[in-house]
Design a protein around this ligand. Structure first.
Ligand code: SAH
Ligand code: DHB
Ligand code: MG
Length: 238
């Protein structure tokens, strides 16, 4: 069955997105290399482009590159002097991604780092990398809470963090029968609810990729805020 939101995505893409041979080639080469077609949709890609443009981002961190489809949208928001670091576990994905980034003319701005993100993220901290103005988390779902924690540590007050796939056809609302991915997202959101370093929300989405959603957070303070104000009044996460 063709869902109405697929038609709306098509309609909105036709109105608001220009034909883009570089992005089309990135999708074609990713498919030809056998990568799973789980990249963000075109409209979501443009959303990920507009967000860093709107905040004037000069540095972006991505966790989960795949064939660099989202990476290209994000990196095109950067000024010439801007930098994007994208973390990818699978060397074959990284090879496809680098070729797609080269075709997009983004090699000077983007670095794809191969390895488990839980190793690459502490290395970035140790190197003194960041702070990143925006982070997009879109890798394997069970360690999302840890990826988010590293992202906050690599942020500054005002940095924006976006997390993909936090709704999963609505499965996130139910613990019973949840798979490892959903349990990972539930653990992330549960930690987020008590995280005094950030203000956050979940926005549900429908479209080509079905029913899912983003979490969006703005970092208030990289170090945890004290439990009480100087005058002793209690604080809550907002
Ligand atoms: N952001 C991409 C899609 C990413 S798909 C886009 O929208 O275009 C998720 C990616 O995360 C896959 O390429 C997968 O290989 C990678 N991944 C899985 N586990 C990972 C890990 N532990 N560390 C880094 N990347 C990982
Ligand atoms: C899957 C992963 C994603 O990041 C996504 O956007 C959609 C699907 C998956 O692993 O099935
Ligand atoms: Mg995703």
């Amino acid at each position: 069955m063709r869902e109405p939101w697929t038609d709306v995505d098509r309609y909105a893409e036709e109105l608001l997105l220009s034909p883009d041979p570089i992005l089309s080639a990135a999708l074609e080469s990713s498919a030809a290399a056998g990568l799973p077609p789980i990249q963000v949709s075109p409209s979501q890609g443009k959303f990920l482009h507009l967000l860093p443009r709107g905040i004037g981002a000069r540095s972006i961190l991505e966790v989960g590159t795949l064939g660099a489809y989202s990476t290209i949208w994000l990196a095109r928001a950067l000024p010439g002097s801007g930098r994007l670091v994208s973390l990818e576990l699978n060397p074959a994905h990284a090879t496809v991604a680098r070729a797609n980034l080269a075709r997009a003319g983004l090699t000077d701005r983007v670095e794809v780092r191969v390895g488990p993100a839980l190793e690459s993220l502490p290395r970035l901290v140790a190197e003194g990398a960041g702070p990143f103005d925006l982070t997009f988390i879109d890798a394997d779902k069970p360690p999302t809470a840890e990826y988010f924690d590293w992202a906050v540590r690599l942020s500054r007050p005002g940095s924006v963090i976006v997390v993909d796939n936090v709704v999963r056809q609505g499965a996130v609302a139910h613990e019973e029968g949840a798979d490892a991915a959903v349990l990972g997202i539930r653990r992330f959101l549960s930690r987020l609810s008590g995280d005094r370093r950030v203000s956050a929300t979940v926005v549900q989405t429908v479209g080509r990729k079905g029913y899912d959603g983003f979490a969006l957070a703005v970092v208030d303070a990289v170090a945890e805020r004290p439990l009480a104000d100087a005058n002793g009044s209690a604080r809550r996460a907002t």
